[in-house]
Design a protein around this ligand. Structure first.
Ligand code: NAD
Ligand code: MG
Length: 399
C-alpha cells in the first residue's frame, strides 16, 4: 500500500488523480489532500477518501473545515499554510506526492518532496520554470524519483528510456518535438485576437483544465513554459526543443533519433493517462481512459506555430536563452497578467506586452538560491502590479 499526498486536490489534476486512485483502492491510500480555500470541495473529498491530513492556506478556512469535519465524525487533521503543505510533502509516511498546485505557490512544497526523496508526480510546471536547476539538484540530492505528468513530458518520458535522460546525444536523440493544440484561437487573425473575452478564452477545444493553464494554452505561453520544463527535465538545449502545432492533441509529443526514427506517444487527450503512468511506474495500470479509435480520428495534422500572433511562445524561448532569473520573471508576470485578463483589467494581447516589458526592464541575475528566486518572483510581481495600477498607456487598457 502506497501513501499518496495530493497537493491541489480540488483542482482539475487533483480530481483526476483521485479518480485514478479510486480505481486502485487496494494499492494506493490517500494520506493528505490540500486546497487553496475551497472548504466545501475539500470537505467532500475528506469524507470520501478519509485522508489523515487536510491542508488549507489560511487559519480561518481551516477552522471552518475542522468544525465541519467534526460534525461528520471525521478524524482528519487540518493543517494550514506553507508549513502544512511542506509537512505533507515530506512526511515519512508519504511515498508519492502529486504536485498539482497551480503557479508559483507549488514551488516550495515540490522542493520539500524532492528534498525528502519522494516519488514526485510533477504537474506543477511552474516549479521547473522558476527553479529548474535547483529543483533538479534537489531531486538528485534527495534521491527522489521524478515523473513528469504534463502530457507532453510524460509522452517524452515514455518514448525515451530514463537512462538516456541526462545524455540526449549518447542516447542518439536529435531533438524533442513538443506538440501543441494551438489553443482555441489557432486560426484567428491578429485583429480577431484583439477582441477576445475571458469567457471565450476559457473554452479549450481538447483539454479540461484549470483557468490559468487554459489561458496559457490560448496564448501559447503554456507551450513556452513547457519548452523550459523540457529543458530541465531532459537536459535539452533550447535548440533541441521544437514546437509543432497538432490540433487534434492525439500525439502528445515525440522524440527524434539520429537514425531518422521518430517515436511518439498517442492517446485520447485525458490527463488520467499520464497520472496513471506516474502512479504505476514502471508498471502500467488502468486509468479509466477510453481506447483511442484511430479510424474515428482518421486524420492527424501538423503546422508551425506562429510566434507573431502568439508572442508568448517566443518570450519563453527568450527567457530560457537569457537564463538566470529570467524564466522566474516570465512566470511571475505571466501569472499576474493572466489574472488581470481574467478580471477584464487588460486585453488578451496585453498579456505578452506586459511580459515583454518586464523582461526588458527587470535586471536578471544568475540563480544562487531558492530565497533569491522567490525574491525575483516578488520583484517581478511588484513590477507587473505597478504597470497594472497605471493603465494609462492605450496598449494596456481594455478596449
Ligand atoms: P486548477 O486551477 O484546476 O487547480 C489548482 C489547485 O491548486 C486547486 O486545488 C487549488 O485549490 C490549489 N491552489 C491554487 N492556488 C493555491 C495556493 N496559492 N496555495 C495552495 N494551493 C493552491 O489547476 P489544474 O488545471 O489542476 O493545474 C494544476 C497544475 O498542473 C498547474 O501547474 C498546471 O499547469 C499543471 N497541468 C495541468 C494540466 C491539466 O490538464 N489541467 C495539464 C498539465 C499540467
Ligand atoms: Mg501540457
Amino acid at each position: 500500500m502506497q501513501n499518496v499526498t495530493i497537493l491541489g486536490s480540488t483542482g482539475t489534476i487533483g480530481q483526476q488523480t483521485l479518480d485514478v486512485i479510486a480505481r486502485h483502492a487496494s494499492e494506493y491510500k490517500v494520506y493528505a489532500l490540500t486546497a487553496n480555500s475551497n472548504v466545501d470541495a475539500l470537505l467532500k473529498q475528506c469524507i470520501e477518501y478519509k485522508p489523515e491530513i487536510a491542508v488549507l492556506l489560511d487559519e480561518k478556512t481551516a477552522q471552518e473545515l475542522r468544525e465541519k469535519l467534526k460534525n461528520q465524525s471525521s478524524v482528519t487533521q487540518v493543517l494550514t499554510g506553507m508549513n502544512g503543505l511542506e509537512q505533507v510533502s515530506s512526511d515519512d509516511k508519504v511515498d508519492i506526492v502529486m504536485a498539482a498546485i497551480v503557479g508559483a505557490a507549488g514551488l516550495k512544497p515540490a522542493m520539500a518532496a524532492a528534498n525528502a526523496g519522494k516519488r514526485i508526480l510533477l504537474a506543477n510546471k511552474e516549479t521547473l520554470v522558476m527553479a529548474g536547476n535547483l529543483f533538479m539538484q534537489a531531486v538528485k540530492a534527495g534521491g527522489a524519483t521524478l515523473l513528469p505528468i504534463d502530457s507532453e513530458h510524460n509522452a517524452i518520458f515514455q518514448v525515451m528510456p530514463p537512462q538516456q535522460l541526462q545524455h540526449l546525444a549518447d542516447g542518439g536523440v536529435r531533438k524533442i518535438i513538443l506538440t501543441a493544440s494551438g489553443g482555441p484561437f489557432r486560426t484567428f487573425t491578429q485583429q480577431q485576437l484583439e477582441h477576445i473575452t475571458p469567457e471565450f478564452a476559457l473554452k479549450h477545444p481538447n483539454w479540461v483544465m484549470g483557468a490559468k493553464i487554459t489561458i496559457d494554452s490560448a496564448t501559447l505561453m503554456n507551450k513556452g513554459l513547457e519548452v523550459i520544463e523540457a529543458h530541465w527535465l531532459f537536459n535539452a538545449k533550447p535548440s533541441q526543443i521544437e514546437v509543432v502545432v497538432h490540433p487534434q492533441s492525439i500525439i502528445h509529443s515525440m522524440v527524434e533519433y539520429v537514425d531518422g526514427s521518430i517515436l511518439a506517444q498517442l492517446g485520447n487527450p485525458d490527463m488520467r493517462t499520464p497520472i496513471a503512468y506516474g502512479l504505476g511506474y514502471p508498471n502500467r495500470i488502468e486509468s479509466g481512459v477510453s481506447a483511442l479509435n484511430l479510424l474515428e480520428i482518421a486524420k492527424l495534422e501538423f503546422e508551425a506555430p506562429d510566434v507573431k500572433r502568439f508572442p508568448c511562445l517566443q518570450l519563453a524561448y527568450d527567457a530560457l536563452n537569457i537564463g538566470g532569473t529570467a524564466p522566474a520573471i516570465l512566470n511571475a508576470v505571466n501569472e499576474l497578467a493572466v489574472a488581470a485578463f481574467l478580471n477584464k483589467q487588460i486585453r488578451f494581447l496585453d498579456i505578452s506586452i506586459l511580459i515583454a516589458k518586464a523582461l526588458n526592464s527587470i535586471k536578471v541575475a544568475p540563480v544562487t538560491s531558492l530565497e533569491q528566486l522567490i525574491a525575483a518572483d516578488t520583484e517581478a510581481r511588484g513590477f507587473a502590479q505597478s504597470c497594472l495600477a497605471n493603465l494609462d498607456s492605450k496598449r494596456l487598457l481594455i478596449a
